[in-house]
Design a binder for this molecule. Structure first.
Ligand SMILES: Cc1cc2nc3c(=O)[nH]c(=O)nc-3n(C[C@H](O)[C@H](O)[C@H](O)COP(=O)(O)OP(=O)(O)OC[C@H]3O[C@@H](n4cnc5c(N)ncnc54)[C@H](O)[C@@H]3O)c2cc1C
Length: 201
């Protein structure tokens, strides 16, 4: 069994520290091995050509969706695998070891952490039911639009406005550097409903 921390004494069982078991379970090990096999056998094609020609490998994206990568942390009722954060991160780490397409890995992580996760925690039930299954199975690509020409790390100075009209919001503004922007189907967009309220707007 792998040791997650160094320095455990010889009297402790592998993966055990101060009576706590840090070893991967059989199920986790099976998942990690399967992710590694999947990535090395099915994702490492046309990587150099796609990079040179600026092509997003949507076929590889769909394969990842079918395998369950984009659904790793998503509750099963919305089409995900319902994995805990540690298992999710370990699976993505294994994906990173075995997949040579760094652009695909970057896209998957932007999708997962800047679109899927905000939707899980902040989306309405209707939004979750509508978007999460597609975001999990590889049909939809998500992203996050926060940065603007005059607001980067100082995100609270963003100028994009959201004006409520009936049950919808009208967005006005410019966004830049949006990972997955050219291929995204769904974006989490940051905007202010009241500039006078600063960060609270
Ligand atoms: C690969 C990549 C992917 C990205 N993907 C996305 C995305 O998906 N969605 C999105 O919205 N944005 C995305 N961004 C944009 C990213 O969030 C911004 O680049 C980041 O917030 C920094 O903003 P900026 O480039 O305007 O730099 P600035 O905020 O203008 O910073 C420029 C420099 O000034 C320094 N600095 C800033 N403020 C201070 C301060 N108060 N005191 C001292 N030094 C300071 C910074 O450290 C930096 O060195 C991405 C960027 C990269 C590189």
């Amino acid at each position: 069994m792998p040791k997650l921390f160094g320095g455990t004494s010889g009297s402790q069982a592998d993966g055990e520290l101060n009576g706590m078991d840090f070893a991967w379970s059989d199920q986790q090990r099976e998942l990690l091995d399967a992710v590694g096999r999947f990535a090395s056998q099915q994702l490492n094609y046309d990587v150099i050509e796609n990079d040179r020609d600026g092509i997003f490998n949507r076929d590889a994206w769909k394969k990842c969706g079918s395998f369950g990568i984009q659904g790793l942390p998503v509750p099963t009722e919305y089409g995900g695998l319902g994995m805990d954060p540690l298992t999710t991160v370990a699976a993505l780490e294994r994906l990173g070891y075995a997949c040579k397409d760094n652009g695909l890995l970057f896209s998957i992580n932007a999708h997962l952490w800047t679109a899927v996760t905000p939707l899980i925690y902040n989306g309405s039930e209707a939004q979750k039911k509508k978007y999460l299954p597609g975001l999990c199975n590889g049909t939809l690509i998500g992203g996050n639009a926060m940065s603007e020409p005059n607001s980067g790390s100082d995100a609270f100075s963003l100028a994009t406005t959201a004006i409520k009209k009936g049950s919808k919001y009208i967005l006005n503004g410019s966004k830049i550097f949006v990972t997955n922007g050219p291929v995204a189907d769904l974006l989490v967009v940051f905007a202010t409903v009241d500039k006078a309220r600063g960060p609270d707007g």
